[in-house]
Design a protein around this ligand. Structure first.
Ligand SMILES: [Zn+2]
Length: 338
């Protein structure tokens, strides 16, 4: 009697256990952890593009073909139009800052500082700059001192490197805040005549002085700036320039270390020059933005190279390898900067 009853009871227990197991099993399924979807951004390193030295060389030549870009001349005007049109053709935001300045010989000129703002809404910015005018006289030559010269290197080379940089930015569309400023009327200054130490620095760099006291945007700030001057010569020497070391030694250190890592250490040497006058002086002192100068300077002669402010500053003394080295270094700065 007990058996069947027991069996019945056992059967009830079996079904009850089945229900418990089934419901437990269902419950477990419900509680299984869902797939975790991470929302952290994945950092994709964009490779540094190849700086095209042929393009840069063509940009030097195009400027030289206008003739010397002396303030107040047709060539000067045409070259400004050319630089603006070129930059706009890359779809970049271009502003022309206009102003009037007086030179040391009491002439008045209207100037054009040409400004590119790449990704203008990004707060962290790097500034690259160069001057686009040329000196009116080859006063450091032994002949025809009162005649102008081509300014292939002094004027042409820095501008060309920056135009190619602009072209590369427009292609790659990297998320970095970059500004390019092409300063006008850098090279109309008064050469020292009395003593070696006489510095008539404020007669130079009129375009950058104007910009630094009339910023294109109120409160404009960049983390640091890099000025290029005479960056297309053969066998260049780029020692650490003294004014840059005075105001922005950490930036010099960073850029020269990077140049060394890229295999350019034979050119970007650690010798330090005296303090020189160039546009970066006013970016540092008037705009309070750290700015360094990459400038061809022969440390053993304590002077700029032989072509400086002479008729030898022409296309014969432009070397694509130098344009490539400097341009590639700037691209590396942009693409590896944290
Ligand atoms: Zn010059």
């Amino acid at each position: 009697m007990g058996q069947p009853g027991q069996f019945k009871n056992n059967l009830k227990l079996f079904f009850a256990l089945c229900i418990i197991l089934f419901s437990t099993s269902c419950g477990n399924e419900k509680e299984q952890p869902k797939e975790i979807i991470t929302t952290q951004p994945v950092t994709v390193k964009i490779p540094t593009p190849d700086f095209n030295a042929d393009s840069a060389y063509a940009f030097v030549k195009a400027q030289v073909n206008f003739g010397p870009r002396i303030p107040g001349t047709k060539a000067h005007e045409r070259c400004a139009d050319y630089i603006v049109a070129k930059l706009k053709s890359y779809g970049l935001q271009v502003t022309v800052q206009k102003g009037t300045v007086q030179t040391y010989d009491n002439k008045q000129f209207s100037l054009k500082n040409i400004i590119v703002e790449y990704k203008p809404d990004l707060p962290n910015r790097i500034l690259f700059t160069s001057h686009w005018d040329t000196r009116p006289w080859a006063d450091l030559d032994s002949i025809n001192k009162d005649k102008p010269f081509d300014g292939a290197n002094d004027g042409g080379s820095g501008v060309a490197v920056l135009i190619e940089l602009a072209r590369q930015l427009s292609i790659s569309k990297i998320e970095k805040g970059i500004d390019l400023i092409f300063f006008d009327i850098e090279d109309y200054g008064m050469e020292s005549t009395n003593t070696q130490y006489e510095r008539k620095e404020d007669t130079w760099c009129l375009g950058s002085q104007y910009w630094a006291t009339h910023l294109h945007k109120p409160g404009y700030y960049a983390q640091y700036g890099i000025l290029l001057d005479m960056v297309g010569g053969k066998n260049p020497q780029f020692p650490m320039e003294g004014t840059s070391m005075q105001y922005a030694p950490d930036v010099v250190e960073k850029i020269w270390t990077l140049a060394g890592r890229m295999g350019y250490g034979n050119y970007f040497t650690t010798a330090v020059t005296g303090e020189t006058t160039d546009d970066h002086l006013y970016v540092n002192t008037l705009a309070n933005i750290k700015c360094i100068d990459i400038v061809h300077y022969e440390i053993d002669k304590h002077n700029y190279p032989f072509f400086h402010h002479t008729h030898s500053d022409n296309m014969d003394n432009i070397d694509k390898n130098t344009l490539k080295m400097v341009g590639q270094l700037l691209l590396e700065v942009i693409y590896t900067e944290k």
